[in-house]
Design a binder for this molecule. Structure first.
Ligand SMILES: [Zn+2]
Length: 212
């Protein structure tokens, strides 16, 4: 693949992946999306001026070159040696076909995203590194490791609560934990104007994708 001049932050941006039938199946990052494009396994799906266009790696590079002249600051660029490539937002797999992954993964990242990185006891926001997961009803009392019994908690609140229930510790939950209807990370992304073009493909309540 063409050499990338410097580590570009744009390589870590998110890209929506559609299957051949234009059904959203996955979210990946720009780095992996470019690999798929370069190997002709995917094409860029781009919506501009009321029209969809599909682009191979080469034609996307040509379009990028044209747009680079205009230097639209709203775009994210990958700068390589002697070329600039616009970061794609949506790609479509042209080979394999699979449906969306079923179910929403229950993991730390999704719990943090559901709770918006907010300690569910004191209500303050924290970076992920300063948050822990808390069993609302402690495991020693038969509390399950589930969407309904796990919340984000800051270290101070977690220590203060100890092995007690919220009632015993006289701590109140900011919000009752529930299983989200769709990927909370995806919901966060959709709130970002950068990913506005995804909405054309993901306006379905049942839609749940995993994010890498
Ligand atoms: Zn707290």
């Amino acid at each position: 693949m063409t050499a990338i001049a410097a580590p570009s932050p744009s390589l870590g941006l998110s890209v929506l992946v559609l299957n051949r039938s234009f059904v959203a199946v996955h979210v990946t990052n720009v780095r992996r999306a470019l690999t798929l494009l370069f190997r002709d396994l995917a094409e860029v799906v781009h919506f501009e001026q009321g029209q969809y266009g599909a682009y191979s790696f080469e034609s996307w590079r040509e379009l990028s070159a044209l747009q680079a002249v205009l230097e639209d600051p709203e775009h994210d660029w990958i700068r390589g040696v002697g070329f600039q490539l616009r970061a794609p937002r949506v790609i479509r797999l042209v080979e394999c076909d699979r449906g969306p992954r079923q179910g929403l993964r229950f993991n730390r990242r999704n719990v943090f995203a559901r709770d918006g990185n907010r300690c569910q006891y004191c209500g303050c926001h924290f970076p992920t590194s300063e948050l822990s997961l808390d069993h609302v009803v402690p495991r020693s009392r038969g509390g399950l490791t589930s969407w309904e019994n796990i919340v984000c908690a800051c270290v101070a609140c977690n220590v203060r609560k100890g092995g007690r229930t919220p009632q015993e510790a006289r701590m109140h939950l900011v919000r009752e934990p529930v299983k989200p209807k769709r990927s909370p990370l995806l919901s966060l992304k959709l709130g970002n104007p950068k990913y506005a073009s995804w909405k054309n493909f993901v306006d379905r309540a049942y839609w749940t994708v995993d994010l890498d």
